[in-house]
Design a protein around this ligand. Sequence first.
Ligand SMILES: [Zn+2]
Length: 82
Amino acid sequence: MKKRFTFQCWNCEKTYTLFREITKEQKISVACPYCNTEAVVDLDPFRKEKKVVSLVRGDGDDEQSLGVELELPEIIPTQKPE
Ligand SMILES: [Zn+2]
């Protein structure tokens, strides 16, 4: 699912929005449209593990499902690529 995210450039400190698909990757790479600098976003600190246990039993749908939710700030900081 693609969503619009706001990133802050680590280099020029301007903010920009990009449509990105956030998957299970821990890091995504972006490029600042102002200074054209590559940046990486570490999503790991924003990852919240979510455990869903269905308490409904008897209908064959009582399996435990694990999911990961991202709780991202309004402006996502970026880092210099290593
Ligand atoms: Zn920039």
